[in-house]
Design a protein around this ligand. Structure first.
Ligand SMILES: NC(=O)c1ccc[n+]([C@@H]2O[C@H](COP(=O)([O-])OP(=O)(O)OC[C@H]3O[C@@H](n4cnc5c(N)ncnc54)[C@H](OP(=O)(O)O)[C@@H]3O)[C@@H](O)[C@H]2O)c1
Length: 289
């Protein structure tokens, strides 16, 4: 069993760290807002630390799951950051959805200290984190990946090495680009169905068995038709992710016409007070013109 630390006990990190404990790993947690760390320890046992460095001290594996690039830097760099507490041979795994740039930057800093680093963003949402069935897209060295994978498997259904540092984040960008397009298509289809007076349940039951099938259709089409958006993956998070995709596309010259448009639709959703609504709320714009 490994000695681990988990930094960032949000919607995703809290249950992910819980799975590490459930598999018998030793876990020390850090959360910026301390009562959340105390609540985790009360539920799962283990220990809470006052800084990321303190949590990371002596750990074989240190996991991070915070918000964005700036947050990753805040918990890994500096005297109180995770890297300062880690020893040679240990491995830092970042599950935050962040840029490929920050992944390469932290990877270089870790390597200079003899520490392994993996960028390892996840897909599967809150339910995937709670059920321990996340998909993990990883960037880093193969030898580091091989050591970390059995521990990451505590909360993963799939954990795959994509390439060097940054590749995990690039794979997650592809994931988000695909979701954005699918969601707009689904919203237009569902709005059309409503205007056409079709029976939604019968429609989805039928076309989800054909070529139009998608995770979004199976899990979101009926809630879209019902105008329910008060759950799921928040629009603010999606805009953060799409801004990472659009910035990367400036560098690699990939054209993202639909992604850029959908991002602008999300600006309209935010203006309607939907910052915390699920990403399927693109439907709201069509249904409430
Ligand atoms: N939620 C999803 O469905 C989902 C799905 C896939 C990927 N993700 C990605 O996973 C990451 C975490 O998402 P989440 O839903 O767990 O977010 P969340 O519930 O908002 O939690 C964010 C966590 O990061 C901590 N944090 C943020 N900024 C920090 C800083 N500067 N210093 C120290 N700690 C900081 C927060 O601490 P406090 O408690 O002090 O605020 C909290 O523990 C994000 O990158 C998100 O895009 C989320």
């Amino acid at each position: 069993m490994a000695k681990t630390a988990f930094i960032g006990l949000g919607v995703m990190g809290f249950p992910m760290a819980g799975h590490l404990r459930a598999k018998g790993h030793e876990v020390t947690v850090f959360n910026r807002t301390a009562p959340r760390a105390a609540a985790w320890v009360e539920k799962h046992g283990g220990k809470a630390a006052r800084t990321p460095a303190e949590a990371a001290r002596g750990a074989d594996f240190v996991f991070i799951c915070v918000g964005n690039d700036a947050d990753v830097r805040a918990v890994s760099d500096g005297n109180d950051g995770a890297l300062a507490g880690m020893t040679k041979g240990a491995i830092l795994v970042d599950h935050t959805t962040a840029s490929a740039e920050v992944a390469r930057e932290i990877g270089d800093k870790a390597k200079a200290r003899g520490i392994g680093f993996l960028d390892a963003p996840v897909s599967g949402g809150q339910a995937g984190a709670e059920n321990g069935k996340l998909t993990v897209m990883v960037g880093g060295e193969e030898s580091v990946f091989d050591r970390a994978k059995p521990v990451i498997d505590s909360y993963a259904r799939a954990c795959v090495l994509m390439g060097a540092n940054g590749s995990g984040q690039l794979a997650k960008m592809v994931n988000q680009i695909c979701i954005a397009g699918v969601l707009q298509g689904l919203a237009e289809g569902m709005n059309f169905a409503a205007k056409a007076g079709l029976d939604g349940a019968r429609l989805i039951e039928t076309i989800s068995k054909g070529a139009a099938q998608s995770w979004q259709m199976e899990n979101r089409a009926l809630t879209m038709l019902a105008g329910k958006f008060d759950f799921g993956f928040a629009v603010d998070w999606m805009r953060k992710d799409l801004s990472i995709c659009l910035a990367e596309a400036q560098r690699n010259k990939a054209r993202l016409p639909l992604t850029a448009l959908v991002d602008q639709f999300y600006v309209q959703v935010q203006a309607r007070g939907g910052s915390r609504w699920d990403t399927s709320s693109l439907m709201h714009l069509l249904a409430n013109d």
